[in-house]
Design a protein around this ligand. Structure first.
Ligand SMILES: C[S@@+](CC[C@H](N)C(=O)[O-])C[C@H]1O[C@@H](n2cnc3c(N)ncnc32)[C@H](O)[C@@H]1O
Length: 510
């Protein structure tokens, strides 16, 4: 179970982004879990503890409180703390860190539960705090998705995994209990967050939103538009506070209560509230929005690595359906049936050819030609590799396809069936709806005129999509666009209705 959702492009697992220590401290302060208080009876759940960023600080605070209020730390941990994760190695690391902090601490399987939190039987608690996994729908195994859909009414549309983590943990709060999560702020406005927002508006009290999207609170560079939310199990209030954190220094408790007070929406329609709050249109780059711009694989010997003939020549599990620029013609995507021979395994290591007799015989036939490539001369052992590494999971990711020289004025999306060849640029990062909205922008006059200024080189009136230019394009934050404009952009994109797209884009940028 410990790699249920697969790896990201950087090799790390989907859903694994660890919180910085100053953020965990801040969130515990915000939740009033402070060591000057008697914490001996405050029950706490960490639903996805990872290597223990929150757990360590919780135990540290509990130990300080135990000294001050003279209670037994081990008994308090047993009584009050429950942590979940599906990754045994992470739990072990977490336990190791706790024992490094204090070797006398006793931990058992009631404190650390190697279980899927969403399916676990859990007792209610006073504080539920953490950084739930962010895993997009397409990364969640189907069998799990089906079960989550049955269990969680918030797990609808393209909801990310963190959404049912909210639903389950909110429903586990004791009266007056506190819920503090750090995660992507997308649920505050987008369509898939609607049911969750409705649930919060009708049954809970949203106290604070701390918007952290201007700096990175995680232990690695990810752009996840993070926000901290503090929600309590009290009757819904009329207002909540919102603070936009500009830099780390301003992130200190109780500074948050300087945040502006806003009227709490009484159903799931929070868009207007948050659109007014974020005071709208700032243009940004596509990468700043969290999308990744890439170019397909270069092989150094396309006739050997790519073709229909490979079906008969190499083992099937080494083949990936590949899209070449010719497959995108006249605004249509039509796969011509070519496959790429992928010499990398799922972890990105070059395969051992001796394990694949057909591929070995085929590659040996072309050995001399392949050895003549610069990439093989640099590393003769792996003479059968492609120039670029092949990341198999890219195949399954929805992607916008941008042929460099194209007679296409429409931007196409592959839902996750093909690997791109070197003459195709691609954009990944959002779900299909987000990619459609971005594509609509890319097709609009607003972007085409930017591109023509940037590249100074239009191809018979059509844009040249090259990453150096794509990276410089400026778009509005597509996650700030209100629901009705987003829906219109998606449907105009589907209908390839350019005047429609231009009318909405012009309205947004007006
Ligand atoms: C974003 S990381 C956060 C880790 C830690 N709480 C922190 O803030 O540093 C998410 C964690 O969720 C775990 N996880 C993923 N799916 C889970 C599930 N269904 N139940 C419990 N834990 C899960 C992952 O193994 C990972 O350790």
């Amino acid at each position: 179970m410990n790699n249920m959702y697969g790896n990201r492009l950087n090799g790390k697992k989907h859903g694994d982004v660890f919180t910085s220590p100053n953020i965990t401290k801040y969130m515990l302060d915000l939740s009033e879990y402070t060591s000057d208080r008697d914490l001996s009876s405050i029950t706490v759940i960490e639903p996805s503890c990872g290597e223990g960023e929150f757990v360590l600080e919780i135990i540290y605070r509990l130990s300080q409180s135990a000294k001050k209020y003279k209670f037994n730390l081990n008994e308090a941990i047993k009584r009050c703390l429950v942590c979940f994760d599906i990754d045994e190695a992470k739990i072990e690391k977490c336990i190791h860190k706790i024992h490094k902090f204090d070797p006398t601490i006793e931990l058992d399987t009631c404190t650390f539960r190697l279980e899927d939190f969403l399916l676990a039987d859990v007792e209610k608690a006073d504080l539920i705090i953490g950084n739930p996994p962010y895993v997009r729908q397409e990364q969640i195994p189907k069998s799990k998705k089906d079960i989550y859909r049955q269990l969680f009414f918030t797990f609808r549309h393209r909801a990310d995994l963190y959404i049912p983590f909210f639903e389950k943990s909110l429903s586990l709060l004791k009266p007056r209990g506190k819920h503090c999560f750090i995660c992507s702020n997308r649920w505050l406005k987008n369509q898939y967050g609607y049911n969750l927002r409705n649930m919060i508006s009708s049954t809970f009290d949203l106290r604070v939103i701390v918007n952290l999207e201007k700096f990175n609170p995680f232990q690695e560079e990810v752009i996840a538009y993070p926000a901290i939310s503090l929600i309590t199990n009290n009757p819904a209030g009329d207002t909540f506070r919102y603070i936009d954190v500009e830099n780390l220094d301003s992130l200190s408790f109780p500074h948050v209560f300087d945040g502006e007070e806003h009227k709490m929406p009484h159903n799931g329609d929070w868009y207007d509230t948050f659109n007014v709050i974020s005071n709208h249109l700032k243009l940004t780059s596509i990468e700043e929005l969290g999308f990744k711009i890439g170019i397909g694989v270069a092989t150094g010997a396309d006739k050997i690595f790519i073709g229909k003939h490979l079906i008969d020549s190499v083992e099937e599990d080494l083949l990936l359906p590949i899209l070449i620029s010719k497959d995108i013609k006249n605004n249509n995507l039509k796969w011509s049936g070519n496959y790429l021979f992928n010499p990398f395994d799922k972890d990105g290591n070059i395969i051992d050819l001796s394990m694949y007799p057909k591929a070995r015989a085929y590659m040996e036939l072309h050995k001399e030609r392949l050895q003549n490539r610069h990439v093989s001369r640099k590393n003769p052992t792996y003479w059968y590799r492609t120039i670029d590494k092949v990341y198999k999971h890219l195949l399954f990711q929805p992607k916008i396809l941008l042929p460099d020289i194209s007679a296409n004025n429409q931007i196409l999306i592959d839902a996750g069936h093909f690997y791109p060849h070197h003459n195709l640029y691609y954009i990944t990062g959002g779900d299909i709806d987000n990619l459609k909205i971005l594509s609509a922008f890319l097709m609009s006059d607003f972007i085409v005129s930017q591109l023509s200024r940037l590249s100074n080189n239009m191809n018979g009136g059509y844009p040249r999509w090259q990453s150096q230019y794509i990276k410089k394009l400026k778009v509005p934050n597509i996650y700030d666009i209100n629901e009705s404009d987003s829906k219109m952009l998606i449907s105009f994109y589907d209908a390839k209705n350019l005047p429609g797209i231009n009318s909405i884009v012009n309205k947004i940028i007006a």
